[in-house]
Write a protein that binds this ligand. Structure first.
Ligand SMILES: C[S@@+](CC[C@H](N)C(=O)[O-])C[C@H]1O[C@@H](n2cnc3c(N)ncnc32)[C@H](O)[C@@H]1O
Length: 241
């Protein structure tokens, strides 16, 4: 568990910063090559490279826009799938800088939140338990939250520990069988009667199938094109009483 260290403006970082940068660089390179093609009077090639360059730059801009603004609206969309009583114990899997964790404990003012992560800076800029702790303090919820550094596929919580489990853009980062194991872990730590709301951009049908194999009901919401680029779907899994 970490403790609050500083108060300030919360900063939730840029998701997949390397992808945003890579798309922008590739887009500029494609436009530069299109310029050379124009100079060589190979107009068909200039048109293709120009179209690719514009598409890459738009993708980079949309990914950045989502990371800066859209993800707050998508967070609310994910949290809306839980019927909050106000006293839940909630787990955010791959909490990063605490985006869902903060939203969840604000919906559960008498509850407690746990943010689990391995703090990968490849997946989220400036990702660290210290920065997340500072965000929790700035949002006024540090006293009701704890951060745990363990991989999602090897959770250390007892069975049936949480009323709700939420997650955004985490599970697709986990390779192969470990990703399926992470979904099984979510099912295991969820209390009977509890809800898991898991948003991701890939493998969502497989997440749902893994929940069903573990005895939960699972439906898929989306895809959402607004406020979530690349488009995301939300698996809503409920554990029978
Ligand atoms: C794109 S970020 C999203 C962070 C946060 N959920 C949000 O919406 O802002 C993905 C997060 O998943 C975490 N992550 C990746 N693999 C993980 C694993 N095996 N176990 C736990 N967290 C993991 C990364 O460290 C990162 O914080």
């Amino acid at each position: 568990m970490t403790t609050a260290t500083s108060l300030g403006r919360p900063d939730y970082g840029i998701d997949a910063p390397g992808v945003v940068r890579g798309l922008a660089i590739a887009g500029v390179a494609a436009l530069a090559l299109a310029g050379i093609a124009v100079w060589l009077a190979i107009i068909w090639l200039a048109c293709i490279l120009g179209a690719i360059g514009v598409a890459l730059l738009i993708s980079s801009a949309l990914t950045l826009r989502n990371a800066l603004y859209g993800k707050f609206r998508h967070r609310d969309r994910i949290l809306d799938h839980v019927s909050w009583r106000g006293d839940e114990r909630v787990l955010d899997v791959g909490t990063g800088r605490g985006l869902l964790l903060v939203g969840a404990v604000k919906r559960a003012p008498r509850g407690h939140g746990v943010g689990l992560d391995i703090w990968s800076t490849r997946d989220l800029s400036g990702n660290s338990a210290e920065r997340t702790t500072a965000n929790l303090a700035a949002e006024g919820v540090a006293g009701r939250c704890e951060l745990v550094t363990v991989p999602a596929q090897r959770m250390t919580f007892p069975d049936a520990s949480f009323d709700a489990v939420v997650s955004n853009l985490c599970l697709h980062n986990i390779p192969g069988e470990a990703r399926t194991q992470a979904v099984r872990e979510i099912a295991r730590v969820l209390k009977p009667g509890g809800t898991a709301a898991i948003s991701d951009l890939m493998f969502v049908n497989r997440h749902a199938a893994t929940f069903r194999a573990a005895g939960l009901t699972a439906t898929i919401d989306g895809p959402y094109l607004r406020d979530a680029f690349p488009p995301q779907k939300i698996v809503v899994a409920r554990k029978p009483l």
